[in-house]
Each structure stands twice: as structure tokens, then as C-alpha cells.
Design a protein around this ligand. Structure first.
Ligand SMILES: [Fe+2]
Length: 350
């Protein structure tokens, strides 16, 4: 506990003689940071502006009385600050005690009062305040530590997912730009259709793993220039199931979402996609989002089997596939997003 000289005590009494008595008593005992007020309104100004550690308060004062001071101070104090207010009064009626205690008085001292008792009570309440402060400091340290650890955990999740995505990309997209762009567009679509901030964050990250299953495809298929044969195309489709297997039985919402996306991002809204032939809302919403971002990005970039399409051609194709390949809701959100100024780059790159 800090020394007595460092505790600030506010003494409030309209009788100067009482103020002097308390001041002398406290000074004698070692308290030197004393502030005094001889009216309720002055007490309020000092209490709110000088943050005393304890208040000795008279009840009966003209104009703003001690009850009012109590009421205002208690209703303006923060919940994590403990300010002891000791009422010091000649009014010994039960009603006065009850009312003062109801308004938040910490204790009740009767005038003229015993010097030793006053000092003991002051010290006891300062000890309680000290314990409160220690507790609240410890709590805020703990909160800081928890939020630091949470951030570290999130950062490490992000890092691991990005590394995993990069590992998957190494064979056909050394730069990793495809999954990066798909993840960025997916997050924008997710936000536009009203996903929660948390889900958008998860989507942004987990969508980077949508093609992780390509790790399991042979080069002859993955890097083949030109069109795949029927059997090669069937083998290519396996990347959804391989990806889902890699990510299966994850315990975190991130991995669960990544698994849904890896498995279902080639499903089509009309039920003609793969691997499960799901239709409409049977397709996980995240996969319906990624489907459109993935196709747009694949169309507008060069692939071993095709040149890059223009933005306008890709948008026309997506519009044609509204309700067929793509969920109409996602198509509408996508068009709205692409008309935003921050996405002007997409149309000017043509
Ligand atoms: Fe894919």
C-alpha cells in the first residue's frame, strides 16, 4: 500500500471549524494531500476534477447538501472505480443513516467523533480502495495478455493457412496470385451478401485453400496445355474430394469452412456441378461465393489451356450463368462490387 502522503482526501463541511479539525487530524496522522470544500457544489467540482481517493462528507449543508453530492458522485462514477465516501455528520437519526447508505455512503461517522476511530476508518477504507485498484490493474493486465495471445494465435493460423495455400500453388501458380485474388473477391462478396465480420474473415482465409486438393493431381493433368480428355477431366474433378480429405475433421471453424469450400466450389446452382451434384442452397454458402470469384479470376487470367478473357467478356459470361452455374444472389452482389470505384482496376486492365 502506498504511503499516507500519497492518498488524496477531500474534506467537505460547511462549518470551517469542522474542516480545520479534520484537516489537522489527518495531517497529524501523515496525510498531506488534502483538499477541502465548504459547500456541496465546490465539493462536486473538486471531486470530479481532482480524483480524490476518499471523501469525508458532511450531510447538512445549504443549497447542495451531502445527499445530493453522494447521489451525483455515485451516478457519475465508473463501475471499476471504488471511491470510499465516509459521511461525517451530527445527524444521528435512523432515516439519515439509511438514506445516506442507500445513496452509496461507504460508512457513517457521528460528530463530533473520536479521533482514533476516524483515522482507523479512513485507513481501512483506503486499504479497500488499494485492493480494488490492484485487482482492476491485474484484470486489465490479464485482458491485455489475452488479447495479445488471441492475436498471436490468429496470426499463426493466418500464417499456416497461407503457407499451406502456397504449397498447393507451387506447381501451377508460383506467384500464388490466383488464390490471393479469389480470397479478396470472396471476402467482398461475403460482406456484400451480409455475412458477419467474423465469417468474412474466415472466408477470406479459408478460400485460399479452395484448390489445395490439386496437390494430389499429376502434372500431366494439372499442367496440360489445351483441353482435357473426358477421363482426364474426371480425374481433375478429384481435386475437390482430395482437398476435402486434406481438410476433413478440422476442429476450428476455419478448417471446417475450408473443407466445405474445397469440396463444393465446383458445384453449380442448377445441380449440374461436381463432386456431389448439389443444387441451390444445398451448396454451402461459402462455396457459392467462392465459385463466382474463382471462375471470374480463372476467366480473366491466362491458363495453360486458354488465353485471358477481357473483364467485360467474363462479366457477360457470369451474367449468362445467373441461376445456372451461379447463385443469382451472388451474381447480383458481384456486379455491385465490380461497379465500385476501388475495383475499377478490373475493367481498365482489359
Ligand atoms: Fe477448383
Amino acid at each position: 500500500m502506498k504511503p499516507k502522503s500519497e492518498w488524496r482526501i477531500l474534506v467537505v463541511d460547511d462549518e470551517p471549524a469542522n474542516v480545520r479539525f479534520l484537516e489537522r487530524l489527518l495531517e497529524y496522522d501523515g496525510y498531506s494531500d488534502l483538499i477541502v470544500a465548504t459547500s456541496g457544489s465546490a465539493a462536486l467540482g473538486l471531486a470530479l476534477g481532482n480524483q480524490p481517493d476518499l471523501i469525508l462528507l458532511d450531510l447538512h449543508m445549504p443549497e447542495v447538501d451531502g445527499y445530493e453530492v453522494l447521489d451525483i458522485l455515485r451516478s457519475s462514477a465508473g463501475s471499476n472505480v471504488y471511491l470510499p465516501i465516509l459521511v461525517f455528520t451530527a445527524d444521528v437519526t435512523v432515516q439519515a443513516r439509511k438514506r445516506a447508505l442507500q445513496l452509496g455512503a461507504s460508512d457513517f461517522l457521528t460528530k463530533p467523533g473520536d479521533a482514533q476511530e476516524i483515522l482507523l476508518r479512513v485507513r481501512n477504507f483506503l486499504m479497500i480502495r488499494d485492493l480494488h485498484q490492484q485487482l482492476s490493474d491485474r484484470n486489465s493486465n490479464l485482458e491485455q495478455l489475452v488479447s495479445l495471445r488471441t492475436r498471436e494465435l490468429e496470426d499463426s493460423q493466418i500464417e499456416i493457412v497461407e503457407r499451406l495455400a502456397q504449397a498447393g500453388e507451387r506447381r501451377d501458380d508460383m506467384t500464388g496470385e490466383h488464390t490471393f485474388r479469389v480470397s479478396r473477391l470472396s471476402a467482398q462478396i461475403g460482406a456484400a451478401i451480409g455475412m458477419s465480420d467474423r465469417d468474412v474473415k474466415l472466408l477470406k482465409l479459408s478460400s485460399r485453400l479452395h484448390d489445395i486438393g490439386k496437390i494430389g493431381l499429376p502434372d500431366s493433368i494439372l499442367l496440360k496445355p489445351g483441353k482435357l480428355t473426358r477421363s482426364e477431366f474426371l480425374e481433375m474433378q478429384l481435386h475437390c474430394l482430395i482437398g476435402a480429405q486434406i481438410l476433413a475433421e478440422g476442429r476450428t471453424p476455419l478448417l471446417k469452412m475450408a473443407e466445405r469450400i474445397a469440396r463444393s466450389h465446383h458445384e453449380k446452382f442448377d445441380g449440374t456441378g461436381y463432386p456431389d451434384g448439389l443444387a441451390g442452397e444445398q451448396i454451402p454458402v461459402e462455396a457459392r461465393v467462392v465459385a463466382i470469384a474463382d471462375v471470374y479470376d480463372a476467366l480473366t487470367n491466362t491458363r495453360p489451356y486458354k488465353p485471358a478473357w477481357t473483364h467485360d467478356d467474363a462479366m457477360a459470361e457470369i451474367s449468362n450463368q445467373r441461376g445456372l452455374h451461379f447463385d443469382p444472389l451472388m451474381v447480383d452482389a458481384f456486379f455491385a462490387i465490380m461497379s465500385r470505384p476501388e475495383n475499377a482496376q478490373f475493367s481498365t486492365n482489359d
